[in-house]
Design a protein around this ligand. Structure first.
Ligand code: BGC
Length: 746
């Protein structure tokens, strides 16, 4: 067959016709990835690298019928491939490290996230990748989860719409996404075996809801099932999750792939609708062939798995023969990464207008992370970048002199690398935080006398395979606490101020030290342009407009999941019971009157905003309610305001959170004095809760209160509407039922 006529095969024939001419061996090869090089594990293709070195996986090519190999690469914060393929350092394949998901979510800006997705897609496509293994969208249940930086929020609505925006931005360019990790993968401890025991209501309202929004709103090409079990079954082996819920209820049309080496039973995975086994091995292929031959796997099921994979392969650049350039537009992407990071950072404190910094101020820059700024987390969420702009470099470029302490820090960091040669690269499971340089009082006092203002950067990193610890990670270490206090005392004694920057990937304790700081900027992990973005906000070139997509508690044990994290038995958990139920994040803090240090939705600006009158389209609910409100910039700086809509539902039958986020919007850049009217639409499902006894989303009859807010604690305007009758919005299947009684918080 000539190349030309071969090309016509997959292109011209229907998927069903192609499946008909495939042999069993070919079908089995298509549902199994091409392997991955790890010592001791045989890869199908006999080598680690496919066409794109460093890509996490591939689907198998069947040349006979012109089915190309397609390329799957990580990850959520940017393309993760080898920067120097095959040790050829004449070419470089660096990628943009975007602001991590938690930071992007703090923008509350769907258009911004979509724009990042669009630029991201250019790198995916131009590096020859077909599907990016992103976005990550698990709920941030507990601050100690090592992978929280890859995820958006504690709230499913923020999570769902952020992920949808990212998927839409990426897929519009003809490359695919894999929303992950479906579902309830909220910890790294024993992630490959732990059984998450969760009530049906909590699954539906919290842990599945974000995925539901993203699937319905954006139709990702693929979904990645997770490592863990839910209520006794591995997610990759759960027909109820992957077929009943994902496909039948939500209408998902693409294919599901396993997480790498996840699950135990290949055949159960096929039957469940986990179409692709990753990374795949010869043994996996043989297991599939044997099961069909023995009759334990019906060929019909296998054909369906193959059809789903082929229907996506047909859309890929590899199938279309796209000639990728290996030179994406990294320059313009860096500019967007910088803007996105700056517009997402959260100003938590700004006493007496400490910020913006005075032009040309002489800075005393403390903290390792000021010089070695952390741009993203570790593991598959890591990105190989050509450069990183540290906070020190960014501030220097912005015209602030900050060299006074640089030599001390540079010497310390260099020495540390020398003393701990194996601890510098943070990869899977080998995470380690460098202790702070212990500066003596004399040095601190000298800088307080000579320099204008202190900046201290707290650095944290985490990633795959390990969860964080409470001591010296969630909580500041003793040396960090002493350092902050000493810096604050020395500078305050001179009538000078202290700014703290949090360069972190997950929530940390703030209550014990926040009073020492005059201003606090939460920069999260800002991507490769970190220092420039921080400088943009500190200087006021960009007005801070991010708000928290996750609650900052007073102490770790205030977090309701802390009682059950990472599960039992404590030293080697086999199960984790979600006893807090739907009460995670602000749903818990509000309802049980526990005061956080910084509430969900909170963030300051250099400007102020006035909220006008809230108008509802009707006082009774029929198909929808439209809420409008006008926001006016009453301050001196141009700025953007994030506006949140919470809804309080009647609680006659079921206990419910006091209020829940249902919609959000961000204004355009409003000049001083300018106004903008924002519109929010509430649909029937937004009124409903999940009634377990009926397996249905039901909106209770009664009075609903719309609350327009600047944060979950700062309600600016409220108005009621009535639902005259009880409404069964959607009847679902009774699935994923826990096998044990859960003593759920009510
Ligand atoms: C991670 C996934 C990732 C995959 C491929 C797994 O360890 O959990 O998020 O996409 O590896 O690198």
């Amino acid at each position: 067959m000539t190349n030309q006529s071969k090309a016509l095969q997959m292109g011209k024939k229907s998927i069903a016709e192609i499946v008909e001419i495939l042999t069993l061996e070919e079908k089995a090869a298509l549902v199994v990835g091409t392997g991955m090089y790890i010592a001791g594990i045989k890869s199908v293709i006999g080598e680690a690298e496919g066409r794109v070195p460093g890509a996490a996986g591939n689907t198998m090519n069947i040349n006979r019928v012109d089915i190309p190999r397609t390329i799957l690469a990580d990850g959520p914060a940017g393309v993760r491939i080898d920067p120097y393929p095959y040790n050829d350092n004449t070419k470089s394949f660096y990628a943009t490290a975007w602001p991590v998901a938690t930071l992007l979510a703090s923008s509350w800006d769907i258009n911004l996230v979509k724009a990042v997705g669009t630029a991201f897609s250019n790198e995916i496509k131009e590096y020859g990748i077909d599907i990016i293994l992103a976005p990550g969208m698990n709920i941030q249940r507990d601050p100690l989860n090592g992978r929280n930086f890859e995820y958006y929020s504690e709230d499913p609505v923020v999570t769902g719409y952020m992920a949808a925006a990212m998927v839409k931005g990426i897929q519009a360019n003809g490359v695919g996404t894999s929303i992950k990790h479906f579902a309830v993968n909220n910890q790294e401890t024993n992630r490959g075996s732990v059984n998450a025991i969760v009530s049906e209501r909590t699954l539906r309202e919290i842990y599945l809801r974000g995925f539901e929004i993203a699937v319905k709103d954006a139709q990702p090409w693929t979904v990645m099932s997770s490592y863990n079990k839910i209520n006794g079954s591995y997610t990759s082996e759960s027909h109820e999750l992957l077929t009943t819920i994902l496909r039948k209820e939500w209408g998902f049309k693409g294919y599901v792939m396993s997480d790498w080496f996840a699950g135990k039973d290949r055949i159960a995975q096929m039957k469940a609708g986990n179409d692709l086994i990753q990374p795949g091995s010869r043994e996996d292929i043989d297991a599939v062939i044997e099961a069909v031959n023995k009759g334990t796997l019906s060929i019909k099921v296998l054909d369906q798995n193959v059809e789903r994979i082929l229907s996506i392969i047909r859309k890929t650049p590899s199938f279309k023969g796209y000639k990728y350039s290996n030179s994406p537009d990294l320059k313009s992407h860096a500019a967007l990464a910088r803007r996105a990071a700056a517009e997402s950072m959260v100003l938590l404190k700004n006493k007496n207008n400490t910020l913006p910094l005075t032009k040309g101020a002489k800075l005393a820059l403390f903290g390792n992370a000021s010089y070695e700024t952390i741009i993203c987390g570790t593991g598959s969420g890591q990105v190989n970048v050509a450069y990183t702009i540290s906070i020190s470099q960014g501030l220097t470029k912005a015209g602030y002199s900050n060299m006074a302490l640089e030599t001390l820090y540079a010497t310390y960091i260099r020495q540390h690398k020398f003393d701990h040669p194996n601890r510098q690269s943070v990869s899977l499971g080998t995470l380690w935080i460098k202790p702070e340089l212990n500066l003596d009082l004399e040095t601190i006092e000298k800088s307080a006398q000579e320099l204008d203002i202190a900046i201290f950067t707290i650095g944290r990193n985490a990633g795959e395979c390990v969860d964080r610890k409470i001591d010296d990670d969630f909580n500041l270490s003793e040396s960090e606490k002493i350092l902050i206090k000493n810096i604050a005392d020395a500078f305050h004694a001179q009538g000078k101020k202290l700014v703290v920057i949090m360069n972190i990937g997950g929530v940390i304790e703030t209550a014990a030290w926040k009073d020492y700081a005059d201003a606090i900027l939460l920069a999260w992990q800002p991507g490769l342009e970190a220092g420039n973005a921080v400088a943009d906000v500190l200087s006021g070139v960009v007005n801070a407009s991010g708000k928290l997509a996750v609650t900052f508690p007073m102490k770790y044990h205030d977090v309701p999941s802390s009682k059950n994290f990472p599960g039992t038995p404590a030293d080697d958990p086999t199960k984790v019971i979600y006893e807090e139920g739907i009460y995670i994040g602000y749903r818990y803090f509000n309802k049980f009157n526990v005061k956080p240090t910084y509430p969900f939705g909170f963030g300051l600006s250099y400007s102020e905003f006035a909220y006008g009158n809230l108008e509802l389209s009707s006082t009774t609910f029929h198909n929808r309610i439209i809420a409008t409100i006008t926001i006016t910039n009453t301050g001196k700086f141009a700025g953007k305001e994030v506006v949140q809509l919470y809804l309080s539902a009647p609680q006659n039958k079921l206990t419910k959170p006091l209020e829940e986020l249902k919609a959000f919007a961000k204004t355009d850049l409003l000049k001083s004095g300018a106004s903008q009217t924002l519109t929010f639409t509430l649909h029937a499902k937004d009124l409903a809760s999940f009634y377990t006894d009926q397996s249905a989303w039901i909106a209770d009859a009664g009075i609903y209160t719309v609350k327009i807010a600047a944060s979950c604690e700062d309600i600016k305007a409220t108005k009621n509407f009535t639902l005259a009758y009880e409404l069964t919005v959607e009847k679902m299947n009774k699935v994923l039922v826990p096998q044990v009684n859960i003593n759920e918080l009510e």
